[in-house]
Design a binder for this molecule. Structure first.
Ligand code: OAD
Length: 252
């Protein structure tokens, strides 16, 4: 992992200082430094032999609902043990500096809110919520049972995590708000995402087309890299605090 922040371009600092509208898209990479495994890098332990894309589908749930429920329970546990890192914290600091700041995340771990960010659009749902697989209704609580997954308190159907699986639509209002933020942004950040999963991967492109300065923060190149205004190669938890400190001269 790169531990020293690369120089932050002066042009980016100048643009941010006067910007009224900034949008940020994050992916699993921003939580990597909190110890939450990303999707396309190796998983550890019990689940190393499972491909997340094969577990995150409604077909997988229909085939083996208990396996899928337990995989999400394991992920919940990892996130409960994790803390937001300096990358998450820097984004909360950025939110305080920008009049219209929109944080769009593909992550289901809730770490942005735990760090104190307020304007968060969760494109792929949230690991800690559940809904009924049969009726697609969000549920707040359910009777405890050894038999997993638990049952819907309304219809007795199986409960599933309230996340977006492959082949499913994103929540329409959330996606619309994210698209609007992207086309209105003066600066758009794409942070810690492989830019492989759509429609999220379209958002920085929409921002670029609408005239935003697009900045990628990632230790690795992605399919988005050739198009961005600036590529900052390194860890979000190193680059973002440096960027915020150099731009606004604030204590975080
Ligand atoms: P990926 O696992 O595809 O990509 C993680 C990205 O984070 C990679 O490009 C890494 O290089 C980068 N990365 C790793 N460590 C980093 C660090 N410290 N700082 C910055 N970047 C770092 O995760 P996502 O792009 O989030 O969808 O994946 C997108 C979607 O695919 C997920 O939301 C999930 C997944 O399958 C669903 O479950 C629907």
């Amino acid at each position: 992992m790169i531990s020293e922040a690369p120089a932050i371009p002066g042009e980016l600092i100048a643009r941010l200082r006067t910007a009224h509208r900034v949008a940020v898209l994050t992916g699993a990479g921003i939580s990597a430094e909190s110890g939450v495994p990303t999707f396309r890098e190796a998983q550890t332990g019990l689940w190393a032999r499972y491909n997340p894309e094969e577990l995150a589908t409604s077909e997988a749930f229909q085939r083996n609902p208990r396996l899928v429920w337990e995989w999400y329970a394991w992920r919940q546990e990892r996130v409960r043990q994790a803390e937001p890192n300096p990358g998450h914290d820097a984004l909360t600091a950025m939110e305080r500096q920008i009049a219209k700041f929109t944080l769009i995340t593909q992550n289901v771990d809730g770490l942005h809110r735990r760090a104190g960010s307020h304007q968060v659009l969760e494109l792929h749902g949230n690991l800690f919520r559940a809904k009924c697989f049969t009726e697609d209704r969000t549920v707040e609580g359910w009777p405890e049972s050894d038999d997993l997954p638990p049952r819907c308190p309304h219809c007795g159907g199986l409960l599933r995590p309230n996340v977006v699986w492959f082949g499913e639509m994103l929540p329409a209002n959330t996606l619309r708000a994210a698209e609007q933020a992207a086309v209105n942004a003066e600066v758009f950040f794409s942070i810690g995402t492989s830019s492989l999963v759509y429609p999220a991967a379209d958002l920085p492109i929409a921002g670029l087309r609408a005239g935003a300065m697009v900045v990628e923060i990632n230790p690795q190149p992605t399919p988005l890299s050739p198009y961005v205004t600036f590529s900052l190669n390194g860890a979000a938890g190193v680059i973002l605090p440096a960027l915020v400190a150099q731009t606004w001269d604030v204590e975080r």
